[in-house]
Design a protein around this ligand. Sequence first.
Ligand SMILES: NC(=O)c1ccc[n+]([C@@H]2O[C@H](COP(=O)([O-])OP(=O)(O)OC[C@H]3O[C@@H](n4cnc5c(N)ncnc54)[C@H](O)[C@@H]3O)[C@@H](O)[C@H]2O)c1
Length: 350
Amino acid sequence: MATKKRCLMIGAGGMAGGWIRNFYSRFDQRNEIVGLVDIKEDILNSAGDFLGLPANRRFTDMRAAFDAVEADYCTIVIPPAVHKDAVMLAVEKQMDILSEKPIADTWEACVDIYRAVRQAGVKMLVIQNYRYSPRMLTIRQVLRDGRLGRINYIVGRFAADYRVYGAWGAFRHEIPHSLLIEGAVHHFDMLRNLSGADCKTIAGWEWNTPWSSFQGECCGLYVLDMTNGVKGCYEGSCVAASPQNSWHQEYYRAECEGGAVAIGRDSVVRIYEYTAGKGLKTEEVPLIRPEYDGHTWLIDEFLTWLDGGRTPDTVLDDNMKSVAVVFAAIEASRTNRAVDVELMMKEVAQ
Ligand SMILES: NC(=O)c1ccc[n+]([C@@H]2O[C@H](COP(=O)([O-])OP(=O)(O)OC[C@H]3O[C@@H](n4cnc5c(N)ncnc54)[C@H](O)[C@@H]3O)[C@@H](O)[C@H]2O)c1
């Protein structure tokens, strides 16, 4: 029997504002936010007023909230550098966890989280909303139904004009490895999702440009070798002064045995089939429109999972394989060498 779940919400501003005001509003019958945390009081109170939460359910300190609030699970939507603090408090309370990507801002913190969550036996789902947008559900379906034969390689491009400081939220202009940690974690996860395999090895570089608004690395070019032999190629830029492939407009193209499937800025999924003598045939594919998509797909999956339903695809165990690619990419750039992602994962399991 499904029961209404009580959520302790960690974060009230930025993306958390969208969670509170938009995503969760579709789940009033299945979910209630019973406690709210944000270090900024004005943000806390604005979201608290929206939810109608009494003053004793609003907190500027995470620990005080975990100590005072009886909840079934917590939702973590604060910057990556403080994800581990929240996860460790949840684990102490044996509370299940729904967390924004990336798992954390360092590989060491990701591994600590992975081990603590496993040891406590709590459930943890990581948000990978782009997998569940209509455009990406559709392209994945084309690849899965086998019409184009085996996948040869996949190209992904993210390009956004964040040349003005703050254009991508202030903290991202200040942290190291901003493209990889805040951006590419979605794109590497998508290359896994589209290829149907994990990353075996990655090589390439990240860097900053002399004219950028970022203190850390904001560009990257990488090549991936997947466990099923599919190759991946990733281009990412946060200083793009060219056609934009920003959020929900990323470019992906999968080259297959019998043709290719691609999507770009216009979000039209196109299949291309070239035949010698006949030339190129192009077909547009209607988008799949599920009841829930993006974040709401994952909230629906998470609540269903808490009630004993199907385990979602992007649970902590699986998502470690996406975030490992991010930290392998950092290492590949630093050492000028290809990095063995499978070996990183084996070491985590020990
Ligand atoms: N899945 C997506 O599409 C998507 C999009 C944007 C952001 N995100 C993720 O959401 C998370 C938050 O990013 P954002 O853009 O909202 O950042 P932000 O800086 O805009 O907002 C973060 C909020 O957390 C609060 N905060 C900071 N430290 C805190 C702490 N220790 N305790 C309580 N509150 C604290 C801040 O005051 C602020 O209100 C990140 O993990 C980011 O990667 C995901």
